[in-house]
Design a protein around this ligand. Sequence first.
Ligand SMILES: [Zn+2]
Ligand SMILES: [Zn+2]
Length: 317
Amino acid sequence: MSQVVAQGVEGVEMDPYDIGWYVESADEETYGPVSRDTLGRWLEEKAITPNTLVNHCTQPEARPIADQAALKDRLPIEQQTKPVVGDRLEEAWPRKTRDRLALAEGSLPCARHKKPATLVCVRCLAPYCGKCRMKPFKKQFFLCRRCQASVFNRRFGALMLDSLLLVYAPMILTVVVLSFLGVEPTSVQLAMNIISLAALPLLFFRDSLFGGAGPGKRIMGLRVVQTADGHMPLTHIQGVVRWLSQFIPFFNLYDAAVPYRDPLLRRIGDRWAKTRVLDAPRKLEEAREKVARLLLKKGVQPLREVGLTMEELARIA
Ligand SMILES: [Zn+2]
Ligand SMILES: [Zn+2]
């Protein structure tokens, strides 16, 4: 990964599976996050069984504890003679936030705060604390709050930049030049209409024409990929479809705001077109290097990967 990590600085090896587990109870309620130690204790107390479904915060799907490579050799899993189902999670799960936090904390520190971490971010690879956690807590986010906000804000910035570069700048320039040349106001108006008409297809195709990232996204370090493989740039048709939602008044405002609260960072337009917006590789590398430096300062050897890549995240439907 980064040069920072490649130097091989001494530090405590980071095990992301030490923290960040969600547990699905038999009544379909989800509890967590909890640490691996808590899972072990619950197994011993028979509050859960090896058949209980769990997923790490970097995993999109839950699997039985006995099938989790990161758990099965580390936890007291007894050989079952007959399959045990059901659990006593409702009793085991404390009412108070402070007690819940104690079940979530492991030995890893938050990359940014002087607090124990409870989850791991799939984008920046940082272990992070409750302060860095996205709300609402009911949803399982793959990214820490900082990363979720970074991607969202840059998308919004890219939209503003594209409107400015492709629509407003040509308009303003035309008005200035035509006025300077002494052209009649009616002709200036006509020229403006032509420009706004020409800008429309440009806005539609701005990302697909430039290999997955229009001027705004390029400046902001973003790219649009297909969910089919999480890697290929969007097609022209996908470019049109993902923009249709932006032409429905009021709905477009709602649609522009939803990616912030969506764990997969989707606009409604992205769902229709089967596209996702990801970081450009260099931008992702920057975010990870920054976290790597913070962790090394705390004596923790940074991660190189967490199992789920951003491209794999983009493939989740
Ligand atoms: Zn992050
Ligand atoms: Zn934190």
